[in-house]
Design a protein around this ligand. Sequence first.
Ligand SMILES: Nc1ncnc2c1ncn2[C@@H]1O[C@H](COP(=O)(O)OP(=O)(O)OP(=O)(O)O)[C@@H](O)[C@H]1O
Ligand SMILES: [Mg+2]
Length: 1001
Amino acid sequence: MQSRLLLLRASGDHGGAASRRVRLLLRQVLPGRPGGDRQRPEVRLLHAGADAGDTVNIGDVSYKLKTPKNPELVPQNYISDFLAQSVVQHLRWIMQKDLLGQDVFLIGPPGPLRRSIAMQYLELTKREVEYIALSRDTTETDLKQRREIRAGTAFYIDQCAVRAATEGRTLVLEGLEKAERNVLPVLNNLLENREMQLEDGRFLMSAERYDKLLQDHTKTELDAWKIVRVSENFRVIALGLPVPRYSGNPLDPPLRSRFQARDIYYLPFKDQIKLLYSVGANVSAEKVSQLLSFATTLCSQESSTLGLPDFPLDSLPDAVQILDSFPMMSIKHAIQWLYPYTILLGHEGKMAVEGVLKRFELQDSESSLLPKEIVRVERRTENHVSQAFVTIRIAEKEMTIKVPAGTRPLRQPCASDRFIQTLSHKQLQAEMMQSHMVKDICLIGGKGCGKTVIAKNFADTLGYNIEPIMLYQDMTARDLLQQRYTLPNGDTAWRSSPLVNAALDGKLVLLDGIHRVNAGTLAVLQRLIHDRELSLYDGSRLLREDRYMRLKEELQMSDEQLQKRSIFPIHPSFRIIALAEPPVIGSTTQQWLGPEFLTMFFFHYMKPLVKSEEIQVIKEMVPNIPQEALDKLLSFTHKLRETQDPTAQSLAASLSTRQLLRISRRLSQYPNESLHSAVTKACLSRFLPSLARIALEKNLADASIEISTNDNVEPELKDYKCEITSGSLRIGAVSAPIYNAHEKMKVPDVLFYDNIQHMIVMEDMLKDFLLGEHLLLLGVGKNKIVDRFLHLLNRPREYIQLHRDTTVQTLTLQPSVKDGLIVYEDSPLVKAVKLGHVLVVDEADKAPTNVTCILKTLVENGEMILADGRRIVANSTNVNGRENVVVIHPDFRMIVLANRPGFPFLGNDFFGTLGDYFSSQMLRQYGANVPEPILQKACACLWRINTFKNYKREFPTEGLSSVVRNGDCLSINTLHKIRYLCGSQKPTSVSWQERGENCDG
Ligand SMILES: Nc1ncnc2c1ncn2[C@@H]1O[C@H](COP(=O)(O)OP(=O)(O)OP(=O)(O)O)[C@@H](O)[C@H]1O
Ligand SMILES: [Mg+2]
């Protein structure tokens, strides 16, 4: 038997390189000389061979190895060459508890350390593991048993806890604080007495009791009684964060009492610094120790009382690895990638961090120390793994690094027709490339600032296939990983999510809108991101490539054999780029960018473009834009963006780069249009509160963007004609060809009396349609106008009405029963996409935001995944051999109808989330021709009826005048009534009660 000595290396081998200052610092931190800690004897870890009967010794504790029954479940490659003393101490403690038959709870700050210690222990002792990441969506069935249907019969399938108990494995429960209350107590009895009653009638019994029974009864008898023996080797290792301090559900005291707990704090300074030295041999020792001192300070008790989130200490080795390749790079800048304090903290927090930076002499602000651009990329394929050599210019030098790449051809970093690179874009991409070398990226930037385009361009540079995944607030862990579905014969099955498939195929995943997702749900991704490992609901396990290879080698198994055991490798090229909007500093709700999130990514902040760069982007994207208008528009926007006033800020939010591009495209196509109306339209000025509207007008006047004279003049009726001549429709000054509709019955036909206002709106809509925009209509009389518009154009319509209970499923599939079987048909959405019809989405503000987010992906990315696993793609060239693909018809358009935001409408703020993606139209009040006094009278009357009848939606007295002015608060029915009133005939009070209370919406 040959023993392997894992920890023998004496520390201090970097002593020569360290400067005097570092030595002084080390002396302060470490008791005694580095490596010479005499108070606590160094614990050595002796690892034995694989044969049964061998032992593992940690110091004085020894554990006798058993041969695992399912060696593929034993963790591999977790034990690092560099094993810190403190970790060995933890391992020794766990081993002691294990020998006593006790379950353990490792508790400590966020990061992969606890999991890594647990896995190292299990690898060391050759134990099979059952892992589950708890989230707020975890239910009892995920832990105990789940019902599945096979060939028409229901079965119970054992889940992780039951499998671990009966097979004698170790159950790793990660994130105890994430589980909803009352889920984990299901395990109480299993933990305490090793007993559990199962749904299928079996009863788990502790080994002792079972063996005792076996003395009086035969095994057949016990089997008949459905008694199952819990193995004596069954153990639980729970991992969790201390709550409070970190957010989560506090532990149920009875559950807590079933564990032996140990505090797994960050590695001590001594171990950390050794680790960092070993990673970054090129970085000066002084810098490394300054960096570490800075980081540890931010994890101290003091900093947490200041409200600073913990510094992600476990990401430091990755950062040092980057510094190792770019020793000249500014450390302060690299710190921002790990800990983006400038966007994360308020003024006080920022000052505190700056203070610490100063104390550790990390304040270098020379921009020459930053990467400038990617110079070129070259493909390298080693052992079938796609990689790229990327050359980056930094500090007048060119440095080349090796990074993972995709399988498509690489593209040299230059501007494309869809992406304009300014200097700051170039710099950002170079920085992202540096991070890409070591870790997943989170790109933070305001709405519509160009995150998606830059991420896509980054993917193109490296030849990646991308997988855009739109995240939404109430997304569950299953939506992220695997969904359940039913086969045609009624069997239940699991379908892997795009994320899981991308991990297997080595794609670049864009997790779009990660700031929206609940932190309790994202927890299921932590292990994937830290360790590249994943356990799925159907029992399959995804392993990091090197662990998979090691397993394959040790077990002498082929890929097919491992696949049969549901083990798959994660592709080494697989990467994630998360896209998020910046945290709102000082908001009352919990911030998404918390200490746990900080451990998962490197963060890059995409600053709003400076004026000259934004001009460059717009001019290159829209070459024909009139220069004068562009200058005015950008001066105006940037002035708004720069002011601190919240009203101006909220106006500026409506003028994202995306909106500016939209305005510019309109202006270049229709140069006679007024800039004033384009801006007020983008800001939805009609629906703004009066204060904001005044501010907008004032700012517009300051920027000399005036209401052009022909805006004021009531357009002459004769100018606004709508006529159809020889296959072409003309509304006002715009004409478009009449559509050649195959499905005539789908073209709407309504009774409609043309009036000028509607004509103006339709002219506007037609312009947008010709520019290829999807439309958003707000206000009153939407449906009529849309139907009229489509009738004129002869376009077939598909219609869906959203409501509170609309789900993504119902949006994409329509269930119906045929011959007693449920069959799914294409929903109107899919039909419209396929056939090139116009999809009218009514009452969009009533649907949950996850549904409307799906519409955003469709409009923005032209990609969307249907509930049955099919995928909509924009471009038929993107199909490249994929099955189940629906290509978007070039004529497909979407018109979304919603109520205007705010009182008195009760919908969700649809505009706030999606307004940016559509060209919007605000409909004017319908009753504009009704004399004001009569309108007022009618409203007063309406209001009184409401009050009498105690309606919930009364008009407040003071709001009445504005209600009258914004006639759109009144339903069309009501306005008809008012017109009726004008016509001198009085409606009876009964009909008022019946219909009159109806506000639109
Ligand atoms: N550098 C650029 N070159 C070309 N187009 C750009 C550039 N920056 C932004 N755009 C355009 O601006 C619009 C918004 O960009 P993008 O969709 O990437 O923003 P985003 O930050 O992802 O927005 P959201 O937060 O809404 O997801 C797009 O239409 C994009 O084409
Ligand atoms: Mg985006």
